[in-house]
Design a protein around this ligand. Sequence first.
Ligand code: SF4
Length: 91
Amino acid sequence: MTYSSPTPPPEFSPSGSPWQELLPPLTAYEATTEANRCLYCYDAPCVQACPTHIDIPSFIRKISTGNLRGSARTILEANFLGGTCARVCPV
Ligand code: SF4
């Protein structure tokens, strides 16, 4: 009798490790440029759509001003698993 797992094996990244990111992180310049695109919307549809209700415009604004620790604090105060957001958020 052969055993087969109902769970498919993990996808391997180009480096061959299943535990490495598929995409490299943004550079500081890229992160600042992307953060500056936020319009800081009054009704912030991103916050309304986020199941953990993170104050998204605020953490983005903090990224744009170089306050990375404050940005992380904003995320983690709302969701202590905030490190997963960049990996699972479809937006
Ligand atoms: S991230 Fe949120 S606040 Fe910023 S532009 Fe998008 S919807 Fe508006």
